[in-house]
Each structure stands twice: as structure tokens, then as C-alpha cells.
Design a protein around this ligand. Structure first.
Ligand SMILES: [Zn+2]
Length: 285
């Protein structure tokens, strides 16, 4: 992050902290869900953070927020009971190096985590096309690793079969393959029920109302986007909105402790013909 932006963000973060704390005291703290992709020290890229950065983030999060599961996130959204700043952790795609340090650290610290996997790459042991294009075909998790993660208490979630942009998928058969087939693949690997689905890329343009409906019909408990929105008590527990886990700790702190500017700028993706209960957007008083 450029130096001047860092200074400006730091000033904003510390000046707005009292405002953010008042929100939490009102039992209405929005819940932040973070998504990581790859934690590794080699072949750094836009979707990788180093082991040291990850460890620093986990230590800060442990001290300043409650670390909760997606299931507990949904419970707080449904009941409106959210007395403290809380964060749920997720990973997307299924990179092998996550099993070296990052995931064992979460096990050691007993921090819940949902691990979203694009199933075909794991089953066929193929690198992701975006890594091949970038010239670094990074290793993906093996089915044995996914099974071991499920046994260690990680919630394994579906992230399509082929990492497709579902915003472009129109036919029902392809949607069925990506949304339902991916779950079938992962359940056959882990022997456990797959309850959550995350849209690849996850911006508004990558979401698809038919995929939301299909996921609901076939029994997923929630689907996740990735455009950077908060989850409000009393809001929609089926659509869980996530933030990218920024490698810069200051920016991460700023999102996690609920930046009021982000509150106003993001709007939830509406996927049902019925009106979705409106998210809280009032300023903190
Ligand atoms: Zn992905």
C-alpha cells in the first residue's frame, strides 16, 4: 500500500474506532466473513499471503474479535444476537500449501474454518487454469488432504467442479453439474455432508439467481459471495457476504471492525423474487 494511503487509512481507522465500538455495544455488530486462497512463502501472487502475514493476522484476530463458524454466523444473523465483533474464516479453491502451516495453525488454535474446494482439480490433480496462465501451475490439495481436513474439524464446502464463472452459465444442466455435482464429489471424498457453497470470483457479476435458487432447493444451508459486504443481524442468513482477507494488516483491521464507508457502499445481491429483509444501513449513533 502506498505510504500516504497507509497514513490516511491509519488516521481514519483510529479516528472512527469509537463509532465502531458503539455499534458493537448496541448488540448489532455486523459479522465479517473473510476469504483466503493460498498461504505460502513461495510463488507469491495476488491470491497468496505469506505464512508470517497469516500468523500475524490470526494473532490479531484472536485478541480483538470472536472467531466463529459459518453455522454460528447464521445463528447470529437469524436471532439478531451479535454482541461482539465476530469473524468467520474461509478459504477458496484448494491449494496444497495451505496444509503446511496455515491450516495446522488453525487446528492448534481451535479456530473454526470453512474450506471451499473446486472439486475437479482435486480429483484430477490438475492445477487451476488461472495459475497455468500465470506460468506457475501451483499444486492443489489431494483428496487425502481434503479427507484429513474434514476429519480434523474443517467444514468442507463446494466451490463448483470447474471453478466456473456462474454469472455466465445459463443452462440448468451445467448449473446442476457445478452446484450439485461438486457437492456430490466432495461428499464422496469426505463421507460428510457438504452444507455450504461459494461462488467462484463472487462479485455481483459472477452471481446467478438461478444458482441461488438451485442451491436452496437441493439443501445447501447457505451460499457465499465475495464482493465485500457485511452480514447484519436480522438480515439474510442464506446469502453470506465475504471480504477478501487483505494481506495488509491495517486494511484487514479496518474491514473487520466494520468500516462505516463500506456499510454505505455495498448492497446485497437480491436473488429471490420475494423481497429480502432489508439489511441495516443506519449510521451508528
Ligand atoms: Zn475460487
Amino acid at each position: 500500500m502506498p505510504f500516504l494511503r497507509h497514513i490516511a487509512l491509519g488516521a481514519w481507522y483510529y479516528a472512527s474506532l469509537p463509532w465502531r465500538r458503539r455499534l458493537a455495544r448496541k448488540n448489532g455488530a455486523p459479522i465479517t466473513i473473510l476469504f483466503y486462497h493460498r498461504v505460502a512463502d513461495e510463488h507469491s501472487n495476488a491470491w497468496t499471503i505469506s505464512n508470517r502475514q497469516f500468523e500475524r493476522q490470526i494473532q490479531w484476530l484472536k485478541q480483538h474479535v470472536e472467531l466463529i463458524s459459518l453455522e454460528e454466523t447464521q445463528r447470529r444473523i437469524r436471532t439478531g444476537d451479535s454482541p461482539r465483533p465476530a469473524v468467520a474464516l474461509t478459504f477458496d479453491d484448494g491449494y496444497a500449501e495451505n496444509c503446511d502451516h496455515a491450516l495446522p495453525l488453525l487446528v492448534k488454535e481451535r479456530i473454526p474454518c470453512t474450506y471451499f474446494v473446486a472439486s475437479r482439480f482435486v480429483m484430477n490433480q490438475q492445477p487451476f487454469p488461472h495459475d497455468v496462465l500465470a506460468g506457475t501451475p501451483l499444486p492443489v490439495n489431494t483428496p487425502e488432504q481434503i479427507r484429513a481436513l474434514a476429519r480434523a474439524g474443517f467444514e468442507i464446502g463446494a466451490h463448483t467442479r470447474s471453478h466456473a464463472d456462474l454469472g455466465c452459465v445459463r443452462d440448468r444442466r451445467s448449473l446442476q453439474d457445478e452446484v450439485v455435482g461438486a457437492r456430490h464429489d466432495l461428499e464422496s471424498i469426505t463421507g460428510q455432508r457438504v452444507r455450504y457453497f461459494a461462488f467462484p470470483f463472487g462479485l455481483h457479476r459472477n452471481l446467478n439467481a438461478n444458482a441461488f435458487r438451485l442451491a436452496h432447493e437441493v439443501g445447501y444451508e447457505a451460499v457465499c459471495s465475495a464482493y465485500g459486504g457485511y452480514n447484519h443481524p436480522g438480515g439474510d442468513p442464506f446469502h453470506l457476504q465475504r471480504f477478501h482477507a487483505d494481506p495488509h494488516l491495517l486494511r484487514l483491521k479496518n474491514w473487520v471492525l466494520v468500516d462505516p464507508r463500506k456499510e454505505y457502499r455495498t448492497s446485497p445481491f437480491h436473488y429471490l423474487p420475494l423481497p429480502v429483509k432489508k439489511a441495516r444501513t443506519e449510521p451508528v449513533t
